[in-house]
Design a protein around this ligand. Structure first.
Ligand SMILES: O=P(O)(O)OC[C@H]1O[C@H](OP(=O)(O)OP(=O)(O)O)[C@H](O)[C@@H]1O
Ligand code: HPA
Length: 180
């Protein structure tokens, strides 16, 4: 699997340090509150696991699975709910956890949905932000790293469901896209 990677953009060590830093920041921001941490499956799973364990705060976890992409690297522009939350959102302080904001379509859909469901507050934390990919105007409150306008994989991010278990974020060799 590692042989398929052209270059490493963000190392395992950098991700670890960033999770500690952001976790400490969020601990302060949610002091005295009981936030509902919403992980956006599947990509946010490794980041959610690491950042929440770096937060010294009582919190509740839940998961949402929405899909805006097919098997390829381009967005279809559609967002659909694959799995909804089990928890009531009304009156809650929501912390949405994402692996990446690219076009922004996924998060803009989720923020509208949670506003409609009357969340008390909504914050977004994302490991990666790809500003050049944006199709709708949306910003995260907390960003780990900015990435260039390239398709990235690893640490939750997939290409055709593979590479999510890489411990770092990287770019695939061009032959991988042409292969299979
Ligand atoms: O800003 P956007 O252009 O909407 O892209 C970001 C979303 O796309 C990916 O999810 P995907 O729908 O591929 O599902 P996955 O997390 O299961 O891979 C990623 O995990 C984000 O949720
Ligand atoms: O660059 C990306 N890589 C993997 N999944 C993604 N979903 C949106 N952008 C990306």
């Amino acid at each position: 699997m590692n042989n398929d990677i052209e270059k490493v953009l963000i190392s395992e060590e950098e991700i670890k340090q960033k999770c500690q830093e952001l976790g400490a920041r969020l601990t302060k921001e949610y002091e005295g509150k009981f936030p509902l941490a919403v992980g956006v499956l599947k990509g946010a799973m490794p980041f959610m696991s690491d950042i929440l364990r770096a937060m010294d705060t009582h919190l509740e976890m839940d998961f949402m699975d929405v899909s805006s992409y097919g098997g390829e690297t381009r967005s279809s522009g559609e967002v659909k709910i694959v799995k909804d939350l089990d928890t009531k959102v009304e009156g809650r302080d929501l912390l949405i956890i994402e692996d990446i904001i690219d076009s922004g379509l996924t998060l803009s859909y989720l923020v509208d949905l949670f506003k409609y469901r009357k969340a008390n507050s909504i914050k977004i934390v994302t490991l990666l932000d790809k500003p050049e990919g944006r199709k709708v105007d949306i910003k995260a409150d907390v960003v780990g790293f900015h990435v260039p306008n390239e398709f990235v994989v690893g640490y939750g991010l997939d290409y055709k469901e593979k590479y999510r278990n890489l411990p770092y974020v990287g770019v695939l060799k061009p032959k991988i896209y042409g292969g299979e």
